[in-house]
Design a protein around this ligand. Sequence first.
Ligand code: NDP
Length: 244
Amino acid sequence: MSRLQGKNVLITGASSGIGEACARHFAQAGSNLLLAARRKERLESLKQELESKHSIKVTTFELDVRVKAKVDAALQAFGDVDILVNNAGLVIGLDKLEDITEEAMDTMIDTNVKGLVFVTQAVLPGMRARNKGHVINIGSVAGQQAYGNGSIYCATKAAVASITRALMHETVDTAIRVSEINPGLVETEFSVIRFRGDKDKADSVYKGLEPLNGDDIAETVIFVAGRPDHVNIAEMLVFPTNQA
Ligand code: NDP
């Protein structure tokens, strides 16, 4: 029997890309799912598909991770979370530092950093009370290797790395595990969103390489989550073969 069978898994940003792929893989492993994102209709059709294929319970909720009060209220209603996959995240364009608007900066920081913290804050007391649980943060290679026109996005992902490591220290005397998975180039909606919908620019990033897909990262998440309780994979960097 899979170690993930019957676990309650909360995935933020489950309406597309890596989060959606994680939902499919945890469902395959027999986990019950709490799926969160702003696009509720996408979550609903995913729920229908997964519940028809697997003997699991899927709960969906429309959630903007930037709104702390809503995060708290939604998660109180859903009880114990065994595994949290903090995946919701975005880039608003890729601009030179002097061209970044305050609005774009706020959106990235509020979603990628504050949102991740809000969700973790809502889930962690329950994990501490039960002395078990696993927080898996989706960071990025961008948190380790900053690139031009990516200053704020890279900074948010560097923040995710620091938050992950700090939380690991804060839970070191508990059975709670804390992990970070850092993808390289993954082809998802994010690929086009980051160039404000310019598909040609998005495609040019993948010249000379085969990008990862959501399943590649979801398989990594499943591997990390599925280790025995005494094993914590602190960090993983996952690249397409031709990215360095
Ligand atoms: P997608 O754009 O496909 O998915 C992003 C998800 O985040 C969506 O489900 C979106 O849902 C959700 N989201 C965005 N803002 C919010 C919000 N305020 N509240 C709740 N949910 C939100 O991109 P990916 O799957 O590629 O991205 C997933 C994660 O992977 C991100 O954290 C990203 O930074 C990271 N990553 C991606 C890489 C890539 O190359 N694609 C590389 C490295 C890391 P909705 O719009 O419905 O709210």
